[in-house]
Design a binder for this molecule. Structure first.
Ligand SMILES: [Zn+2]
Ligand SMILES: [Zn+2]
Length: 318
């Protein structure tokens, strides 16, 4: 087997979906080229954008930072990274360490915000409280809301014009199939390369890795000599997503192009369902949370609502 680009004998990947066999160097270049092409074609960034990368220290966000750094070095964009430490013992510390080292290596300004410093509790603590609750909520419910609030605030504080996340092809195809199967059209119309914000106070989110399979991102960071952590969050019992992920991976073995055809097919029907369904969403006017002043669809935002509940529970404990 030889590299179909340069003829080298050290092939690191055999892409069944397009017949390419690539050596380490040609493979890394092809990933970078593909991502930068997506960025350009979908207009994910424009010159002088200030991009804030959501950096967990996992393979996707590290790959994303490394590739966007190419645009930083060409003086096309400004780049900073944000790591959120939710306080998950035995899991997050490693990610924070890797995020620190990666940003230091690339010379990128790094922000770290912990739930502990900001809210005075950790997600571990919340989950302890949940065990005693009559109606326990999943960790992701809280995590998602608080993380979103922190990302929005930091993005605004530093004047970021884009917020980049490391969602890959597998993540996106899982979301598409899940929402199809659940009949959740409202969620489906929101899947895409970038968010179309309902409120200008929200920084636009972009997903430059959306066309790259998860496996290739893992290989890309390893071949680039970057350290990442592959552990999953201990609270991530998103069983339906995991089931769908297993099913898609299984199907891909026999049908190598299936993830691309799912994504491309979805992109084609999206304008039609959007036209039909976005109409129904009128009336969700943008308000301002009376407690924290953040944009919200209700008088009190979800984050403040959760915070009230949690502080009450914490108070009961003491
Ligand atoms: Zn090659
Ligand atoms: Zn609020």
């Amino acid at each position: 087997m030889v590299c179909t680009q340069c003829g080298s004998k050290h092939v690191v990947i055999n892409r069944k979906y397009n017949g390419q066999k690539l050596c380490s160097s040609c493979f890394r270049k092809s990933i970078e080229k593909q991502v930068l092409k997506t960025v350009k074609k979908e207009k994910l960034v424009t010159k002088n954008d200030k991009v804030l990368v959501a950096l967990s220290g996992g393979k996707d966000s590290v790959a994303l930072l490394k590739i966007l750094n190419i645009l930083k070095e060409k003086n096309i964009i400004e780049l900073e990274a944000l790591t959120i430490d939710e306080g998950i013992a035995g899991y997050r510390q490693e990610g924070v360490r890797i995020a620190k080292e990666t940003t230091a290596k690339l010379g990128i300004k790094h922000h770290i915000v912990s739930f502990e410093d900001k809210y005075n509790f950790t997600i571990d603590k919340i989950m302890e409280l949940q065990k005693k609750s009559d109606n326990p909520q999943h960790a992701c419910t809280y995590c998602g809301v608080f993380r979103r609030q922190i990302f929005n605030q930091i993005a605004r504080d530093i004047g970021a014009t884009k917020l980049a996340t490391g969602h890959n092809l597998d993540d996106e195809v899982q979301s598409i199939v899940m929402n199809y199967l659940e009949g959740n059209i409202n969620n489906m119309v929101r899947i895409g390369y970038k968010t179309e914000s309902s409120d200008e106070r929200f920084t636009q989110k972009i997903k430059p890795l959306r066309k790259i399979p998860e496996k290739e991102i893992g290989l890309y960071v390893l071949e680039s000599g970057f350290e990442v952590h592959f552990d999953g969050c201990p609270y991530a019992h998103e069983s339906f997503r995991m089931e769908i992920g297993d099913f898609i991976r299984e199907a891909t073995l026999k049908h190598p192009t299936i993830m691309y055809s799912t994504l491309n097919g979805f992109e084609k029907i999206k304008p039609a369902i959007k036209k039909e369904y976005l109409q129904q969403q009128k009336g969700s006017a943008n308000k301002t949370c009376k407690k924290c002043g953040e944009p919200s669809s209700a008088d009190i935002c979800k984050s403040c609502k959760f915070l009230d509940e949690i502080y009450e529970q914490l108070g009961d404990e003491q």
